[in-house]
Write a protein that binds this ligand. Structure first.
Ligand SMILES: O=C(O)CCC(=O)C(=O)O
Length: 269
């Protein structure tokens, strides 16, 4: 590892997140935006009432074949853009080679920006008990790679909260206990400003929340990648992965190859 990578790995180790400026070129962001806009448009057409009634802030599984029925060649291009060499090299340098592609999400503002930020650790919405999540945290690596397609002040994090569980106040706020709400401010947080081209890497289990009123419009693509673990691997969906024919055509394919292998030979870690 070179000096810059060692510094980045140490920043991530201590803080649980890392911002890398200008990793993607304007051309790459433009190509991603075009595909994402089309997929988001289809999703919005199909989910318009839920978007409004449930005040949705994200969609997932942008690589699902349902979004490519009329655009089959675009799916391969999308996978290639998502596994850009400079990104997989960086992630490999920081976290090792055992990283697999899990899924994608897109974060946007809710209808009429009508939602407060809500502090959470991602897997608190799974059926797994909070104490078990706490116990397994040192053994898990579930990452978000945030790729903003518009400038945003969109995400707030508590540095270091990937290495520890909650303070009493954090627990009360995150789980809305003892009269607290999950939109309250928490101490020691950082609110991040990102530009298109930048990426933010953060631990999905650290304390974080999105902001929906600070940006007139939001379009934040998110890659979920990580190391295989039984808590997360069960949610891996073969439909979101490249087909064999697509895989053959992808130059930089190790994230996808490992994901497909996990479905064939599930691990018990
Ligand atoms: O960016 C957001 O709006 C929230 C992000 C988030 O909650 C997540 O990635 O799990």
């Amino acid at each position: 590892m070179n000096g810059k990578n060692m510094e980045s790995a140490e920043t991530y180790r201590q803080q649980g997140y890392l911002v890398v400026k200008s990793l993607f070129s304007p051309l790459e962001i433009d190509a991603l935006s075009k595909i994402v806009d089309r997929i988001h448009g289809q999703w919005l057409n199909e989910n318009h009432s839920s978007y409004i009634e449930q005040r949705l802030v994200n969609m997932h599984s942008l690589t699902h074949p349902r979004y490519f029925e009329q655009h089959p060649a675009e799916r391969l291009h999308f996978f290639q853009l998502l596994s850009a060499k400079q990104l997989t090299t960086l992630i490999g340098n920081l976290f090792g080679e055992e990283i697999y592609f899990h899924n994608t999400q897109l974060f946007f503002n809710p209808h009429q920006n009508s939602r407060q930020p809500y502090w959470h650790r991602d897997m608190q919405y799974s059926p797994i008990d909070d104490a078990d999540l706490q116990a397994e945290q040192p053994n898990m690596l579930a990452l978000h790679i945030r790729i903003p397609l518009l400038p945003e002040t969109g995400i707030e994090l508590i540095p270091g909260s990937h290495q520890r569980w909650d303070t009493e106040l954090e627990r009360n706020v995150r789980l809305e206990l003892n009269g607290h709400t999950n939109s309250e401010s928490l101490p020691n947080s950082v609110l991040l400003r990102l530009e298109p081209g930048d990426i933010l890497i953060f631990d999905a289990q650290m304390l974080h929340c999105g902001h929906y009123r600070l940006n007139p419009c939001r379009k934040a693509l998110d890659l979920c990648v990580g190391k295989p673990h039984r808590y997360t691997a069960q949610y891996l969906d073969t439909d979101n992965l490249p087909t064999s024919a697509e895989l053959d055509a992808i130059e930089n394919k190790q994230w996808y190859t490992l994901a497909r292998r996990m479905l064939i030979q599930p691990r018990q870690s």
